[in-house]
Design a protein around this ligand. Structure first.
Ligand code: SAM
Length: 323
């Protein structure tokens, strides 16, 4: 990495043992479940990028368009010479809109669990923005991890786009936002995108696209189990399903067993009945008041919110008190 413009790459990615332990514990529970963070190996991250381009998947293009229009207002709320910490940065595209609008941003820390995808995206950003000190941390942001200390910047601002916050259940989301509040410290900020509640048909189409890319993304979890944990399973024996649960205001994603079957992973067997589901992801949807209340409960003050003309998606700016 000697010719890389990246200031540092810190690999704190979860060990294979954690993956095996989480899979065994998730498939031993009732109902069966697998954590959505394991969607994101290199193939999973590429499939997610393809999802972002799908005609049915409105969140990415809506949030990006909103940011393009409102970037000057966002930049003026955030202020000059800041350190930006991005959680779950993926391909590091949206932050470019922000960096272009901000007054002399000083440093940027890209945080993601998908190691090789992160490395390539962070190196590309570092070479495109030579005036900004760019660091990358490969970590599971749901666990404690450290970011490089003493980085340039007058104050810390977290950036958490993509409605990834919706993957947490509300109590976990509040705890996670509380950790971000501590990460950014007194006088820090948080710019965060969250998907809105809306017509169920729009949500259903977004998570059950006609090209089958979301299905491939969901099934990639089983491919990872097969390849990385020496699993013995028939991936064709499962199919993708996503439903909107109006009681909890969330899309729920599942892998459904198409038959009675037994699979083995790491020497352990797991039985499935026909139609039995593995829960793989939640995507909670929030009205503006609900989401601002969540931010306040985590210790933030709700400063500003921007929404697209159809009220599909909102981007919020929160700040911690001056301490
Ligand atoms: C829904 S995608 C959003 C990507 C990008 N921020 C965007 O707005 O398009 C979620 C991103 O968070 C990352 N991610 C998911 N769970 C994570 C975890 N527990 N720790 C760190 N990164 C995680 C994924 O690798 C992925 O890049």
């Amino acid at each position: 990495m000697s010719d890389s413009a990246l200031a540092s790459f810190n690999d704190l990615s979860p060990a294979e043992d954690d993956f095996l332990g989480d899979v065994v514990s998730g498939l031993s529970s009732s109902p069966k479940t697998l954590p959505c963070k394991y969607f994101y190996n290199e193939r999973g991250s590429k499939l997610f990028d393809q999802i972002c381009e799908l005609p049915e998947y409105y969140p990415t293009r809506t949030e990006t368009a909103l940011m393009r229009v409102k970037a000057p207002e966002m930049a003026s709320a955030i202020g000059a010479e800041v350190l930006i910490l991005e959680y779950g940065c993926g391909s590091i595209e949206k932050v470019r809109v922000l960096l272009d609008a901000l007054d002399r941003p000083a440093s940027y820390v890209a945080i993601d669990i998908s190691r090789e995808h992160l490395r390539v995206a962070a190196e590309t950003l570092a070479s495109d923005y030579p005036a900004i000190q760019v660091h990358a941390v490969c970590a599971d942001f749901s666990q404690y991890f450290e970011v490089p200390s003493a980085l340039p910047g007058k104050r810390n601002v977290a950036f958490f786009p993509g409605s990834t916050i919706g993957n947490f259940e509300p109590a976990e989301a509040r705890a996670f936002l509380g950790r971000i509040a501590r990460h950014v410290g007194p006088g820090g900020g948080l710019l965060i995108g969250a998907d809105r509640k809306k017509d169920e048909a729009v949500l259903h189409a977004a998570y059950n696209d006609s090209a089958g890319v979301t299905a491939a993304f969901n099934l990639n979890l089983l491919s990872r189990v097969e390849e990385e944990l020496d699993g013995n399973l028939n991936i064709k024996g499962f199919e993708h399903d996503a439903i909107y649960n109006g009681v909890y205001g969330r899309v729920e994603m599942y892998l459904v067993s198409l038959c009675n079957q037994e699979i083995t992973i790491g020497g352990r067997s797991f039985s499935f009945g026909a139609g039995e589901r593995i829960h793989t992801e939640y995507s909670h949807k929030y009205d503006i008041e609900e989401f601002q209340a969540l931010g306040r409960a985590a210790g933030f003050e709700a400063k500003t919110v921007w929404s697209d003309p159809e009220d599909l998606f909102s981007v919020y700016y929160f700040e911690t008190g001056s301490g």
